[in-house]
Design a protein around this ligand. Structure first.
Ligand SMILES: NC(=O)c1ccc[n+]([C@@H]2O[C@H](COP(=O)([O-])OP(=O)(O)OC[C@H]3O[C@@H](n4cnc5c(N)ncnc54)[C@H](OP(=O)(O)O)[C@@H]3O)[C@@H](O)[C@H]2O)c1
Length: 358
């Protein structure tokens, strides 16, 4: 059972999670102001990354912020960007204490936020709720530290390890609960990535279609080395509403709303995925949800780029002519930590995470 500070931070972490997938390139942060056992302000990073969580919480608290404790999931910023630094705003508001889950590795902050607070006589404690904060902020931390987004892969497999009834065909493998969870994962990601094979076979929309959450559809990205995305595909046809980016080795015009990110070529002539991920990071993408297919996921797996993996398993059997999920299915449990298992109607979900995340 966490102590009182742990419980407030738990709430701040939940607030931060609400912002997942909406704040790129900024981090999804949660913040809560507590005074005399009452919440006087709360907030999370707003869509597009601004205002920051602290600004929202301080605005809600008004004068009540004076003497309060601020629970925040990431070190308050110290740099003058498009808005003045949050550390300065906390000082001005007269906050007495700041409890932060983790420091911000962004070189423009990196300890300066804490130093600014301490210099103004504010007590600062760091580390409460750190594991949970790191999980929500993993994409931002990855991008700042490694210059690539957090890669989250999701794959639906039959009981005999197949992802389609036949290569190149679309197969509904899992049920409505797994569908809803997938769409939630989409809402929480900054981008969705698929290989061209999936577009040609399934002609997917790749939007978030949960009731009331249509606005949470992230940018849709296709690994398409030769710019073969069909202009009449659903993705191309809807690109002026929900953007489509192509990771390609060549430049060219495909359809209105479709942008091409020219990447280095791998030795086999396909997209060099290290470069592709860097290009996404360069556009501020913190988290990318990879939804297949087998070849793209296998390339990412072989290059050790997959940070988190959701496997949705169905009781359905597809038979030996089906498209195999590839080695990751058997290797996942050896290479990654199993962090969650859930029942989704007739199906199950197993979530794995790169070791050493906590
Ligand atoms: N069950 C599931 O969860 C699920 C999810 C998605 C898809 N599927 C099924 O999977 C099948 C499609 O999968 P797939 O394996 O054939 O195709 P895929 O992985 O979706 O796409 C592969 C294509 O992506 C392009 N690509 C570019 N750079 C790449 C790289 N570095 N590594 C790998 N690919 C790269 C290549 O085409 P270019 O050379 O032209 O660039 C490659 O042929 C369909 O039957 C679909 O229904 C199942």
């Amino acid at each position: 059972m966490p102590g009182l500070a742990g419980r407030w931070m738990d709430l701040a972490n939940r607030l931060g999670r609400r912002a997942l997938g909406t704040t790129a390139e900024n981090p999804p942060v949660g913040c809560l102001l507590e005074k005399d056992g009452l919440v006087v302000g709360l907030g999370w990073t707003q869509p597009g990354g601004r205002p920051h969580a602290e600004t929202v919480a301080l605005a809600m608290a008004g004068e009540a912020a004076r003497g309060a404790t601020c629970f925040v999931t990431l070190e308050p910023c110290a740099h003058h960007g498009k808005t003045p630094p949050c550390a300065e705003a906390l000082v001005r508001a007269g906050v007495a204490r700041v409890v932060a889950a983790i420091g911000d590795p962004d070189p423009r902050v990196a300890g300066r936020g804490f130093a600014m607070l301490r210099a103004a006589g504010i007590a600062v404690a760091v580390g409460e709720g750190a594991a949970e904060a790191r999980r929500t902020l993993a994409g931002f931390l990855n991008r700042i530290i490694s210059n690539r987004p957090q890669v989250i892969a999701k794959l639906a497999v039959s009981s005999d390890g197949r992802i389609a009834a036949q290569p190149g065909t679309e197969t509904r493998i899992t049920g409505p609960e797994a569908w809803a969870r997938t769409h939630l994962l989409r809402a929480e990601a900054d981008a969705i990535l698929v290989g061209l094979g999936t577009v040609l076979a399934d002609d997917p929309d790749l939007t978030c279609r949960l009731p009331g959450m249509a606005g949470r559809s992230p940018v849709r990205v296709v690994a398409d080395s030769q710019l073969r995305l069909p202009p009449h595909s659903r993705l191309a046809a809807s690109a002026t509403e929900t953007p489509v980016w192509l990771l390609s080795t060549r430049d060219g015009a495909v359809a209105p709303g479709v942008s091409v990110l020219v990447c280095a070529a791998a030795p086999d002539g396909r997209v060099n995925l290290a470069d592709g991920l860097e290009k996404l990071a360069g556009r501020g993408i913190n988290t990318v949800l990879v939804e297949g297919g087998a070849h793209l996921i296998d390339s990412l797996w072989q290059a050790d780029f997959i940070d988190r993996l959701h496997i949705h398993r169905s009781p359905l059997t597809l038979g030996p002519q089906g498209l195999a999920a590839g080695p990751l299915l058997t290797e996942a449990a050896k290479r990654l930590n199993l962090i969650t298992e859930l029942r989704l109607g007739e199906d199950t979900a197993s979530v794995y995470e790169r070791r050493g995340q906590d």
